[in-house]
Design a protein. Structure first.
Length: 277
């Protein structure tokens, strides 16, 4: 029976890891802050877009900007959420989508080609932004009002919404020092607070250390996109190292206190056992 229970526990643990279910460490405050930020940005985007597009097209387009809003306010320090991916990922995808519509028409094949080319271009220009795929798809398959705008759709709709999202993300996230956006502003502020941690040592080889360059090379060797920058990992490493240093100091102090207490008890006991003169 015990073996069966252990087997089930191991199975469910592997299932959780396979599904990508991770422990949620966010506070309730952080979750509500993110949700309120998304609400403000989406209300503004809808109000702006309805002046350029029909109601039906507005509803469809705002679905794309909603994905960008989730990134900007739920994971403001993520690599996919930064200004360069937000701006260029959406603008380039919109241009590619309009171009595919003009030369290939409003077909499923045209839309698929637009999305795939957008992803390729975003990869090479280091501006991967998932909502960009939706932007390219929308530019091809949307209604006559969007098609009538042609490339003006890129500037009158996409650029205006991106600018609004960017301003709101900077202003709103800036109200909370731990959410400063872009991530570089947060990392710069935190770097002043956190003293550089001692290098991380492995095993018994005290000459083996991890540097910023090592982390960058490791990211490059992963051969897949990681939604974290080298600066993110360095900041996490330094914070973890400082926490480990603080914890070790506290443990050493506690052990020293216990050792002194034992010495005091032994000394007291020895004095009590001495014959009185």
């Amino acid at each position: 029976m015990k073996a069966i229970v252990e087997g089930l526990i191991q199975f469910f643990n592997e299932l959780i890891k396979t599904l990508g279910i991770e422990r949620n460490t966010l506070s309730h405050r952080e979750k509500f802050i993110s949700a309120i930020g998304v609400f403000i940005s989406m209300a503004g985007c809808y109000f702006i877009t309805q002046h350029s597009l029909s109601d039906e097209s507005t509803h469809l387009f705002v679905a794309s900007t909603a994905a960008s809003a989730v990134l900007l306010f739920a994971v403001p320090h993520g690599a996919l959420s930064q200004p360069w991916p937000l701006i260029m990922g959406n603008l380039l995808s919109a241009i590619i989508g309009v171009t595919c519509y003009k030369y290939l028409g409003n077909t499923l094949i045209s839309a698929c080609i637009a999305v795939s080319i957008s992803v390729l271009v975003m990869y090479y220009l280091n501006c991967l932004h998932p909502p960009g795929g939706a932007t390219a798809f929308f530019a091809v398959t949307s209604g006559a009002d969007v098609h009538a705008l042609g490339f003006e759709f890129v500037w009158l709709v996409i650029a205006v919404n991106i600018a609004f999202l960017l301003v709101i993300a900077i202003a709103y996230n800036g109200l909370f020092h731990w959410r400063r956006y872009p991530a570089h502003l947060f990392q710069g502020a935190e770097a002043k607070k956190i003293q550089p941690a001692a290098p991380l040592f492995f095993n018994t080889d005290s000459t083996l250390t991890i540097s910023a360059e090592d982390i960058t090379v490791a990211l490059q060797k992963s051969h897949s996109f990681v939604d974290a920058t080298a600066d993110d990992l360095i900041a996490i490493f330094e914070s973890a190292s400082q926490h480990a240093k603080t914890t070790k100091a506290a443990k050493d102090a506690l052990n020293m206190k216990r050792s002194n207490h034992r010495v005091f008890k032994r000394t007291l006991l020895r004095d009590q056992q001495k014959p009185s003169i």
